[in-house]
Design a protein around this ligand. Sequence first.
Ligand code: SF4
Ligand code: SF4
Length: 96
Amino acid sequence: MSYMITAECINCSACEMECPVRAIWAGPSQYEIDPTVCIECDGYFPVARCTWACPVDACVPAREEYLERAATMAAKGSPPLVLSAAQPAGRVVQPV
Ligand code: SF4
Ligand code: SF4
């Protein structure tokens, strides 16, 4: 499991500079976390550094139910709700 960034992201870039393993980057619409790189700050910080840095609480542990809801909304044509930690590439949940 990794952390993820929700749609509340305001693209301030604070988290990107704090991540000890450079798992965060600016995606096409908002910042994203690569789930294959994120180590949840285990062994580095007692609290996830991205969570600590984010002014709008957009960095959270990946939650399957949140990702599933985002995928369902996207399938119905809603704008991307969240950048999915479960997506292997591209990472934006796109409408089908
Ligand atoms: S939890 Fe830690 S390792 Fe994962 S993205 Fe956030 S700062 Fe980077
Ligand atoms: S710190 Fe929060 S608001 Fe700023 S880029 Fe990261 S996720 Fe987005």
